[in-house]
Design a protein around this ligand. Sequence first.
Ligand code: SAH
Ligand code: SF4
Ligand code: F3S
Length: 469
Amino acid sequence: MQENLKDRIQEQQEYVDKVNKINLGKNLKYIVLTMGCQLNENDSEKISGMIEEMGYTRTDKIEEADLIAFNTCCVRENAEDRLFGKLGEVKKYKEEKGTIIAIGGCMMQEKHMVEKLKKSYPFFDIVFGPHTLYKFPEDVYNTLTTRKRIEDILDIDGEIIEGLPIRRDDKIKASVAIMNGCNNFCTYCIVPYVRGRERSRKAEDIIKEIEGLAKQGYKEITLLGQNVNSYMRVEREKGEDVGQIDSFAKLLRKVNEIPGIERIRFISPHPKDFTDDVIEAIRDCDKVCKIIHLPLQSGSSKVLKDMNRKYTKEQYLQLVDKMKNKIPNVAFSTDIIVGFPGETEEDFEDTLDVVEKVCFEQVFMFIYSRRVGTPADKMENQVPEEIKHERFNRLKELVESQIELNNKKFVGTKQKVLVEGKSKTNENMLTGRTDTNKVVNFEGPDELIGKMVDLKIASEHMWYLKGEI
Ligand code: SAH
Ligand code: SF4
Ligand code: F3S
């Protein structure tokens, strides 16, 4: 199997060389438009890596590009709408100068969406999915040589492919996928259908990648997966030979030992898999940030059951308490869906209650969006749009008042900040983040970029803090 995979990567290398020959001297440009989550961004960095090897250089101007690659998301309807909007815009480039239009990502795993593209946006050249991402050089070669439309989608789960080139967007922070897919089948969620079954990367490959990043000067690593704290569980259950590092807790401890890396984050864990060994690893590992993203989704035990989340309101709150007791200064962020089918006013108040009790540092709030093929889409008691919006706004108000309170607590304290670069809104300021992911802007010399600095927090604003050296 391993040999077979190596052969397939080698084969793609040959396509890279062939495309390079065709493109020689043409000074071609590309752009990748990323529409999804951090895993999607990580895939985009791999798509960019492959495209650059084929001789294209990056541009930020879509009108300049000779190759436009979309990396789509289908987790909610608005992610899909964004694609259609952009496709309308790029049609003219295709007509004017033959720009290659490639569409990849999760949405391409949905048959009805590919059909819609063929019907309403037939000018695209390539569709490809997350399972066939590594074959992108072959797709581009075939497009250039045949000018036929290419559909490169695989229905079965893709294997984990190691060794793809990667062009990272940042020089200080990097994300590393530790697993693919999801086996949880929360009833609202499309991800298990489009990303396939859960499978973990070998620890040695992950460690090697992070060691390489540390050598290049990266300081912060985010470990990515749909359910990171079940790392290697499927493989363990199947009795596969997974080596020494066969759990998320062990992986965290190992990554914590890598010299040069100063901060470790991970996203997303699942509350049902938050075993004590993981909590203890977070406590013991000095580099692991003490903010935990703990997706709640709903505060109502009844809704949680209908969502197939496998924990109750009480269990969630107990888990938070346990972590607060075991990990000094721990903080939390979360994801919440409002308007899941059958959510009553009382259920929604349970959500508000949990938000009040936990006092999250950050809440990602979503209005429930019906996804074709998921069990929740077939539920009869869908919540009317205006009620969803009204609840969303009430939740937002509560969250914002809490953020304000949380921010006030920072004023006057000393914070360690990893300096990420110049502030986007003010050239004279530097910007960085605290352990708990709060943005801090401050005045300082450029040499500090990429370093950890101690700052005193002078004032707070809704979305950032102001610091002083
Ligand atoms: N595996 C990750 C999340 C992936 S999707 C996890 O479990 O945390 C990111 C977030 O999108 C989810 O946490 C959920 O809050 C939201 N989401 C997923 N499907 C949704 C839907 N159909 N409608 C609205 N929000 C959704
Ligand atoms: Fe979706 Fe649930 Fe899997 Fe997260 S854990 S990707 S919400 S099915
Ligand atoms: Fe991510 Fe969207 Fe796919 S959230 S996993 S890009 S459906």
